[in-house]
Ligand binder design. Structure first.
Ligand code: GTP
Ligand code: MG
Length: 139
């Protein structure tokens, strides 16, 4: 995958609250092109696999249960400097500390139910994209 891509998913709290359209509008207005998109729901087991890097953390069990609690919208996005620019657009993990105008400031409910995910490196963007979208498909 080119390094101008990142992976995101709109999390269950934001889908449940009806924020999908507003969030996608903000993503597109920030200059990201949607390369791939779908609606799906994780099992607790797959949710745990996705966040396996956090398996030693105290919040791991709650996190994987929460991420499997409802539908999500995974997407592959394209833009110059995609990973860093997207992390800036979504804001800090804890919405109370997120900058004004960021997606988490506008739409997140809590540290856990924080509306949206953004990959933290080019390498993880590729791994996470392959977790949700078949690698043989052309986008
Ligand atoms: P992602 O883009 O979702 O990976 O978030 P992040 O990179 O900003 O944060 P991190 O990877 O450290 O944590 C992954 C997810 O775990 C967060 O987005 C939250 O949903 C959840 N999380 C992180 N820290 C806490 C915490 O202290 N308590 C709880 N309940 N959830 C947490
Ligand atoms: Mg993370």
């Amino acid at each position: 995958m080119a390094t101008n891509r990142t992976f995101t998913m709109i999390k269950p709290d934001a889908v449940e609250s009806g924020y999908v359209g507003a969030i996608i509008k903000q993503i597109e207005e920030a200059g990201f092109r949607i390369v791939a998109i779908k609606k799906t729901q994780l099992t607790t087991e797959r949710s745990g696999q996705f966040y396996a890097v956090h398996r030693e953390r105290p919040f791991y069990n709650d996190l994987r249960t929460y991420m499997a609690s409802g539908p999500i919208i995974p997407m592959i996005l394209e833009k110059e400097n995609a990973v860093a620019d997207f992390r800036k657009l979504i804001g800090a993990t804890n919405p109370a500390q997120a900058e004004e105008g960021t997606i988490r400031k506008l739409y997140a409910k809590s540290m856990e139910a924080n509306a949206i995910h953004g990959s933290d490196s080019d390498e993880n963007a590729e791994i996470e994209s392959n977790f949700f979208f078949a690698t043989t498909e052309q986008y």
